[in-house]
Design a protein around this ligand. Structure first.
Ligand SMILES: Cc1cc2nc3c(=O)[nH]c(=O)nc-3n(C[C@H](O)[C@H](O)[C@H](O)COP(=O)(O)OP(=O)(O)OC[C@H]3O[C@@H](n4cnc5c(N)ncnc54)[C@H](O)[C@@H]3O)c2cc1C
Length: 472
């Protein structure tokens, strides 16, 4: 275990706060610098109604915490988990639900790992921020906007060494290690350019989707039951229905951001008409709308690499969560993958925290081997969905993608076979990659044996012509 020290974290969102608490538990003194001034309100309803988190564009949009992320929170940030679970966090075990649809299928104690505990984005962040406010070894400074990086003597010749952050006020907050958790709009590349660092490798493309959604609440604390998949594709658009805490849930429509007709989803009446026309999702409208319609486009898929030609762009600075890698959010993976990345950060700091050069290389290696495959698997699905939407718009047929077909088959077979249900549960929850699961002895053949029983038909709902009538 490397020596303990002082750590400065840029950004007090989901990953910055989780990282701060985990690293403080390893003995480090951690300071979090967050631009938005407002502290977490005293309760989660006030967090939903009025917490000013203007720097997080998706704060009011649909979120789910998957079982993979739930387990990390439960085991590594237990105070935040207890705040979520103890204040109406919604529990759902996808695998036991799938097994309940299968005659004779038995639930085992090990299936507990598939239980997720989720909530509105505001609730998830409220739990982390409330826990962090009292966490020993963590100081959260809110209203501190960071303008750039501070540097000290290089540890690798010609490579800048980051010691901390310079605030807009000119104040410098320095420590032994600096963590960048500044999210989707992370300014890190500019900050690195300002200190003369070699530019990181930055894959950055618009995922091509636009989202339109709002939250609802029931009057008896219940949440609509699952009649179909939470994410249902209908040709040129998809419906996303996500349960949340305290009798709330979100209903989101999304489509191609350049499909201009779909911009009418912003109109609550149009949104309602379209969801009502989808028989497996219509009942998710049976509640009181508790937000205005919110929309978001320009959502990027991004992956950054901070080691170029075997050399770190800078030492002393490690990027985590969305600042390092983010994808189209429709699979609900962002926080879970961010928390997995924070786990790696914790592990590598414990191993190499007193050797900045070794730490930069080891964290890059861990990110590439353990996180990158999740990013690539998610963007492959995004690209496929974009292609499906484009071909549905053009009225043309899309060639099947052999590399993704078996994953689609696994999702279908999960409703009829316990082994497939558990394998799908692992993939859906980001506990394992599709390739890992399918590489298990006999697994791919087992999944393929259900090919005749799995329907390739989309769920019942409107085609493009009917959609245009609903929108008109
Ligand atoms: C529409 C949409 C829906 C989503 N739905 C889901 C979902 O269902 N499930 C899921 O798991 N994920 C979802 N995500 C992704 C999820 O929101 C992110 O993965 C998650 O918030 C990443 O956490 P983070 O800490 O990396 O970044 P953030 O939570 O964005 O935090 C970054 C923080 O850095 C601060 N900051 C930025 N710049 C500065 C600066 N200069 N100085 C000081 N502070 C700064 C910001 O104020 C912010 O608090 C969704 C994303 C979008 C866009």
């Amino acid at each position: 275990m490397a020596a303990v020290g002082t750590i400065t974290v840029a950004g007090g969102g989901m990953c910055g706060l989780a990282a701060a608490m985990m690293l403080a538990d390893d003995g480090h003194e951690v300071t979090v610098l967050e631009r938005d001034p407002a502290p977490p309100p005293p309760d989660l309803e006030q967090a939903f109604d009025g917490w000013d988190r203007r720097s997080v564009a998706q704060f009011g949009l649909a979120h789910i915490l998957l079982a993979g992320g739930t387990r990390i929170l439960e085991q590594q940030v237990p105070t935040a988990f207890e705040l979520l679970a103890g204040n109406g966090g919604y529990r759902l075990n996808l695998v036991t639900f799938l097994l309940s649809l299968q005659a004779g299928a038995e639930v085992t104690p090990d299936d507990d790992r598939f239980e997720l505990v989720t909530g509105r984005r505001s609730t998830l962040e409220w739990a982390l921020a409330t826990a962090a406010a009292d966490h020993p070894g963590v100081a959260v400074r809110r209203g501190d906007a960071i303008a750039g990086l501070t540097t000290g003597p290089s540890v690798i010749e010609g490579v800048p060494h980051v010691t901390g952050f310079r605030l807009n006020t000119g104040e410098e907050v320095v420590g032994d290690i600096a963590i960048d958790a500044t999210g989707r709009r992370s300014p890190t590349l500019d900050w690195l350019a300002d200190i003369g660092a070699v530019a990181p490798i930055d894959h950055n493309e618009d995922s091509g989707f636009a989202y339109y959604g709002r939250y609802f609440r029931s009057d008896d604390g219940s949440v609509p039951g699952l009649l179909g998949p939470a994410l249902a594709p209908y040709g040129t658009f998809s419906v996303l229905t996500l349960p949340a805490d305290n009798g709330t849930w979100s209903v989101t429509l999304y489509g191609l951001s350049d499909d201009k007709e779909l911009r009418r989803f912003r109109d609550p009446d149009v949104h309602e008409r379209v969801v009502r026309s989808c028989p497996l999702q219509a009942h998710w409208l049976d509640g009181e709308p508790i937000t205005e319609m919110k929309s978001m486009a320009g959502v990027v898929d991004r992956h950054r690499r901070f080691v170029v030609d075997g050399k770190p762009c800078a030492t002393g600075l490690l990027s985590v969560g969305d600042a390092s890698s983010c994808t189209n959010p429709s699979l609900g993976r962002g926080i879970t993958l961010g928390l997995k990345h924070v786990e790696l950060l914790r592990r590598e700091i414990a191993r190499h925290g007193d050797d900045p050069a070794a730490l930069a290389l080891a964290f890059d290696e861990a990110t590439e081997t353990e996180m990158r495959p999740y990013h690539d698997a998610t963007t492959a699905l995004d690209r496929r969905r974009v292609a499906e939407m484009r071909s549905a718009l053009a009225g043309s047929a899309l060639e099947p993608d052999a590399s993704l077909q078996i994953g689609e088959l696994l999702a279908g077979a999960a409703t009829i076979d316990p082994t497939c249900a558990r394998a799908f549960g692992e993939v859906f929850s980001c506990m394992a990659l599709p390739d890992e699961v399918l590489a298990r002895p006999g697994m791919a053949d087992h999944v393929r044996s259900f090919a005749d029983q799995v329907s390739a038909e989309p769920p019942p709902g409107p085609g493009r012509t009917e959609l245009m009538e609903l929108i008109a």
